[in-house]
Design a protein around this ligand. Structure first.
Ligand code: ZN
Length: 125
């Protein structure tokens, strides 16, 4: 994560909690699904929540431009569906990080950088 920060800043323009979360979601996705075919992101379509999209694009190579990412505007819940050849996973934000984001976006940044992935994200098939 630490090594990726300059790339994230250059691409996205700033370092915020949602772009970092997106980056970590992409890393987790690549670890679980070797050949990602497409990604569906359910997220509020305005910053800061939508910043998650850039993190995912950067860490997976799936982009809006190459047609591998679809955005569904959702205010209710942020979730990411990742499709491989014969597999699919659903990634959601943990209650722990949701509470942290609600309290302070800024203070969530170091947490997202360092926390164990299992404390940040939920994953199911
Ligand atoms: Zn942002």
């Amino acid at each position: 994560m630490q090594k990726a920060l300059p790339r994230i800043r250059k691409f996205h323009g700033h370092i915020g909690p949602y772009v970092l979360l997106g980056y970590r979601i992409g890393e987790l996705s690549r670890n679980v699904i070797k050949n990602i075919r497409s990604i569906k992101i359910y997220v509020h379509d305005k910053p800061p929540q939508s910043c998650i999209i850039d993190g995912i694009q950067l860490s997976t190579g799936c982009t809006i431009g190459n047609g591998k990412i679809k955005i569904i505007n959702s205010r209710a819940k942020t979730k990411v569906l990742v499709f491989g050849n014969n597999s699919k996973i659903e990634i959601t934000l943990s209650n722990f990080i949701k509470q942290s984001l609600k309290k302070s976006l800024k203070l969530s940044i170091p947490i997202i950088k360092k926390a164990n992935i299992n404390n940040l994200l939920g994953i199911k098939n």
